[in-house]
Design a protein around this ligand. Structure first.
Ligand SMILES: Cc1cc2nc3c(=O)[nH]c(=O)nc-3n(C[C@H](O)[C@H](O)[C@H](O)COP(=O)(O)O)c2cc1C
Length: 221
């Protein structure tokens, strides 16, 4: 049945985590750990299962230096941006433009994974195309929002493994796209996340968490 201890472990992890602004550059995340995190990322749910995202793992120090020039100011007291001191940087991307072909690609993938024929999935495919054609807001904004779900899932997974991280949204998307040559793959950056082991000098680690009480946030009806 339900596991309260698992929930309390997760609660501890969420209290332990904070948006890390400086990492210990001598400590790196192992390949196995990174692989497990990427597996969790891939299992994040998406609207209608479309998975319109890609994740770029940036380890190259030179690239990271260039990315920093497209970020907002350095955090007080740190001579190095956390993008540089982190063990890894993940950049969360989505297709630069929504195309109906992305739905067809998904249908082909479903057919392959579930050993079905494309014709079995005709009604499902039509529903998806109809949904996209009648979508009233920007499908690009919708794809951005999907990517943020992955970011949330990633931050929580890092915390569960006591890996430090910092979500990043304040950067020039065009700048990141250019440095990472994302246009070549018809991708656009949305958010990023640095990860590693916190530096003992990161003063942000000891700051009290600022959150509203549950009673102020939740409305029961
Ligand atoms: C979607 C998202 C984007 C963020 N973007 C940035 C950012 O660009 N730069 C930064 O220093 N912190 C960024 N943060 C970190 C927040 O400022 C931080 O999570 C918040 O102040 C709460 O602090 P805590 O995470 O340490 O509890 C971002 C957080 C989220 C969830």
């Amino acid at each position: 049945m339900f596991s309260l201890p698992a929930l309390f472990n997760h609660l501890d992890a969420m209290q332990w985590r904070y948006a890390t602004k400086s990492y210990d550059t001598t400590k790196k995340i192992d390949k196995e750990i990174l692989y497990a995190l990427l597996e969790i990322l891939r299992l994040t749910p998406t609207t209608m299962g479309l998975q319109l995202w890609r994740f770029v793992v940036v380890t190259d120090p030179e690239l990271r230096k260039q990315l920093v020039t497209h970020c907002s100011r350095l955090h007080v007291g740190h001579k190095e941006h956390h993008i540089e001191s982190a063990s890894h940087l993940l950049v969360f991307c989505r297709p630069s433009k929504f195309e109906p072909a992305l739905i067809d690609q998904h249908i082909e993938h479903v057919a392959y994974v579930r050993n079905q024929s494309i014709s079995d999935l005709h009604a499902y495919s039509q529903n998806l195309h109809h949904w996209a054609e009648t979508f009233t807001d920007s499908l690009e904004t919708w794809m951005d929002n999907q990517t943020f779900i992955a970011l949330g899932s990633f931050i929580a997974a890092c915390a569960a493994a006591r890996i430090d991280s910092c979500p990043i949204e304040n950067f020039s998307k065009a700048g990141f796209d250019e440095v990472l040559n994302l246009g070549e793959k018809h991708l656009h950056s949305v958010a990023a996340c640095s990860l590693g082991v916190r530096s003992p000098l990161d003063k942000y680690a000891n700051e009290k968490k600022v959150r509203y009480p549950v009673d102020d946030l939740v409305i029961y009806k």
